[in-house]
Design a protein around this ligand. Structure first.
Ligand SMILES: [Ca+2]
Length: 137
């Protein structure tokens, strides 16, 4: 009878330690509490974000072109949203172009006669070809 009671207590101890012994962010492995890697796929950070596993927790940061408040967040405290570069900086493309916001990016479309020479995110200057025509014509 005494042995049976001891086994029951021991069994309860094992059960409880496996179910409740480890805090949030940890899991039981061979009766030890080890860090749980929350960043395994699917990532809790959602799209357009990077997940960083830490001891007992994790955090997310946004990819370039996206932002969140706060900058470091978890699935319950934030998410990444596209930065509207055209709104944030109305002069980002200068006065010789139209700015178009894209998901995670933006593009400057030059007015006629102006060019940013293949760098779609820079200000447009007077096209050298145009200048040549004006100068020679
Ligand atoms: Ca954008």
């Amino acid at each position: 009878m005494e042995l049976k009671c001891t086994l029951m207590v021991f069994g309860f101890f094992l059960l409880s330690s496996e179910s409740y012994g480890c805090g949030v962010g940890f899991k039981t492995m061979y009766r030890f509490c080890v860090d749980e890697d929350e960043c395994v796929t699917p990532s809790p950070c959602g799209e357009n974000a990077q997940c960083f596993n830490t001891d007992g927790s994790y955090y997310c940061t946004c990819d370039e072109g996206f932002q969140s408040y706060p900058a470091n967040f978890t699935a319950t405290t934030g998410q990444c949203e596209d930065i509207d570069e055209c709104k944030e900086d109305p002069d980002v493309c200068g006065t010789k172009a139209a700015c178009t916001n894209l998901l995670g990016s933006f593009i400057c479309v030059c007015h006629s006669g102006y060019s940013n020479y293949g760098n779609d995110q820079s200000e447009c200057t007077e096209s050298s070809q145009m200048r040549f025509c004006v100068e020679s014509g």
